[in-house]
Ligand binder design. Sequence first.
Ligand code: AHR
Length: 654
Amino acid sequence: MKLKLKLFLICLLFTGLSSLEAQPKTLVLKAGTPVAPIQSTMWGLFFEDINFAADGGIYAELVKNRSFEFYKPMMGWKKSGEEYVGQFQLINSQNENNPRFLRLESLQGKELGLVNEGFRGMGVTSGENYNFSVFARQSQGTSVLKIELIDSTGVVIGKTEVKNFSGDWKKYESKLTSSETNPKAKLRVTLSGKGVLEIDMVSLFPEHTWKNRKNGLRADLVQKLADMKPGFIRFPGGCIVEGHELETRYQWKKTIGKVEDRQLIINRWNTEFPYKNAPDYFQSYGLGFYEYFLLAEDIGAQPLPILNCGMACQFNSTELVPLDALDPYIQDVLDLIEFANGATTTKWGKLRTDMGHPAPFNLKMVGVGNEQWGTQYIDRLKIFMKILNEKHPEIIFVGGSGPSPDGKDFDYLWKEMRELNVKMVDEHYYRSPEWFLQNAARYDSYDRKGPKVFAGEYAAHDKDGKDSESRNTWKSALAEAALMTGLERNADVVHMASYAPLFGNVNAWQWRPDLIWFDNLNVVATPNYYVQKLFSINSGTDIVSALVDGKPLVGQDSLFASSCLDSKTSELVVKLVNVAKKPGSINLSLEGRKASSSEINLQVLTNSNLAAYNQLGKPEVVTPAERKLKLSGKKIVLDFDAYSLTVVRIPLKK
Ligand code: AHR
């Protein structure tokens, strides 16, 4: 962008200038001559297990360290009752994936208890049922397991028991009901009887989960995703794909099959930030690749897995796989395509079938590498691309442009992507709200013949505040909305976009801002969420030029706009963003099509305070409101609020 325009935008940003002070402009909407189609994948989701998004978040398991595999094997557990030496024995069975189990010995008949603290407590709801399960083996005598939900003072708020254990490892299940709503309940497991019992995979799930899948996902959190009607979901990240070292990279094959056989590993966000250490952050992989594909299908989003390209995180070890040893990594991509799309008779397609999904998952895109840069990446990507494009020309392989949206490394990667003929390039921008406004015209000048853009991770980073949710200010969301008009206007080049990261647990986060915040019982949508949702649920099928004085509206009078046609509903959709602190008016003038109704629906997101944010307990500070606009004659005069995003839907005559 030209320097003068940049400076001008910085000056006017979030100031008092507005179109009230100028004559209302006319926004000409060329509805009769759509410019290009908009992809159905345009607005989507970025999911990464950061901020306790999976374990302790969307994965509804309430027991932390259920299989005693954390590096401190009893983390999350406390023994209760009298104990003598040898009463609790932690056995390492050498079983490769889930080696440890706990032996509980009570030969004198004394009760022996264990309490699990959950993920910063367990969120339970009065009247709700919970499914308890445990793998157990009775090696001597006879034992009974008393299972109790307790509150913070030890009062029992739900109970059941499990007994009649056999001498072989078996899974035992029972149900209990909570008599109380409590965000910080705990699970107490007490051994009674005279005997020795061995236990593993101690688990408690709410019966009510997303689509009521047994041992599934938290329904309230997934509902928020479904409500956005996302075009795609990217998973499993993010840096988690890379690992600090190659050993801790994400390996999808270790995340499928029986849950009890999935090998837990440390979550890289456990130690990433010294000021935000989370020693109890691990990946149980209860939410693994099969579940991700299922989630994508459930919410109508195309799956977009990102796989490791033979490089560990370059902010950490930069450990590299030699160029002549990449085969297993490439094979992982090929096998994943077979797992998702292969016939039920193929090796990986059969596994998908055995897990309960004979129909293919219809995988169309795979990312190779996350935030990689330099020649190391390109050298590896070339080898991947040669084989992958040959074997799977039907798949779009996504390359990356590194962690920065500009600069030498970024330019180098883009040049290489063009030469490699990569179909889609992932861009990341975590920048100030001001940067977002300055970049609203970013894609206007992108090469129309080159690779398509996947704005795969972005968020406007405003000043930090005290509350977890406080960085998700209305200012940051408004700036994102302004930039998103630029994404939509350039939807012929930008095929996909997703805010990042998606989830933050208010009691256990490492990174903010995030799109959705939650605790053990509640969820709150941020202003940024509502911006994403308004764009996504009002996504059209074709770009329509929206011009003031023959030019796109990119900051003139503090306004930003984009427009699209929704051919499915025969409506014209206009998104107008006002970043000024005063309201204003604009004339909307349709060219080539006519409005079919004298009343138009508006969805308005606004707040006069740029520092405003939503919080658990105060979730509706910035939320969209519906309005109607009555037309008088042919003219459409749209009044808009200070600091606002207005979505206008105009029904069109056929
Ligand atoms: O979204 C959080 C992190 O930001 C992602 O893991 C990484 O890709 C980026 O640096």
